[in-house]
Structures are given as C-alpha cells and as structure tokens.
Design a protein around this ligand. Structure first.
Ligand code: 5GP
Ligand code: ZN
Length: 117
C-alpha cells in the first residue's frame, strides 16, 4: 500500500472510479482518458510499482489479471473472434511511457479507428 498512489486510493475506494470488476486481489475500472471505444485498466489491489518489480510470488496474480482481460473485454462490448478482439498493453518505467507508478494492464478495444494508437 502506498499512501499517495492514485490507483491504491481507487483500490481502497478513497477515489471514485467506474469499476467494471472487483475481487479481493484485483480491481478493474474505466480509464479516465479513453484511447479507444473500450478502454479499462486491470490493477492489483496491492501496490506493485511495475512489471520490473514483480517477484515469483506475483506470478499467479499476473496470470489472473491476464486471464480476466478477454472475459471483461467481452463484457465491456469488445467483439468476439478474430474480426473483433482487443489490445492488452503494459507500460513500464519512464522509457516505457508509464505515467502512474502502480502496475496496470490496459485493455483497449471496440471498432476502429481509435482516438490514439
Ligand atoms: P500509463 O501511462 O501509466 O500506462 O497509464 C495510466 C493511465 O491511467 C492513463 O491512460 C490515464 O488516462 C489513466 N488515469 C490516470 N489517472 C486516472 C484516474 O484518476 N482515474 C482513472 N480511471 N484513470 C486514470
Ligand atoms: Zn499503488
């Protein structure tokens, strides 16, 4: 847990978000500045700064985050099958373009063209 971390605060319910999923370890919510018709973030509730900080103990959690992506993408309106689909993206560190230093998986989808990317 990190006191001034935005995503820790969202995970603790101290900042509002448009949640799409929550369990004891993971929360998912819409990105405040969507870059595609569907754009939400899958976030571990425990503060992990980036992929550069994960340990072997985090592997099951990472697996669960990744496995949630297709399920939640469909629920949020991404089209199934090869004609549909979605993008999963993780930015890490300054060179990786990471703005919020709490690990998060972007899920982007919906009909193209997208606003960015
Ligand atoms: P990064 O560049 O770190 O991979 O992405 C951070 C993402 O978090 C950005 O797409 C940004 O729009 C989103 N974001 C930043 N602050 C907030 C916030 O307070 N609430 C929500 N829902 N999204 C946020
Ligand atoms: Zn955090």
């Amino acid at each position: 847990m990190s006191e001034n971390c935005i995503f820790c605060k969202i995970a603790r319910g101290e900042l509002p978000s448009r949640k799409v999923y929550e369990d004891d370890e993971i929360v998912a919510f819409h990105d405040i500045r969507p870059a595609a018709p569907v754009h939400f973030l899958i976030v571990p509730k425990r503060h992990v700064a980036s992929l550069q900080d994960v340990t072997a103990a985090d592997i099951p959690l990472l697996g669960r985050m990744l496995a949630l992506a297709p399920q939640l993408a469909l629920e949020q309106g991404c089209r199934p099958g090869p004609e549909g689909g979605f993008r999963v993206m993780i930015n890490n560190g300054v060179d990786g373009g990471q703005e919020v230093p709490h690990l998060h998986l972007h899920v982007l989808g919906g009909p193209r063209p997208w606003q960015r990317g």
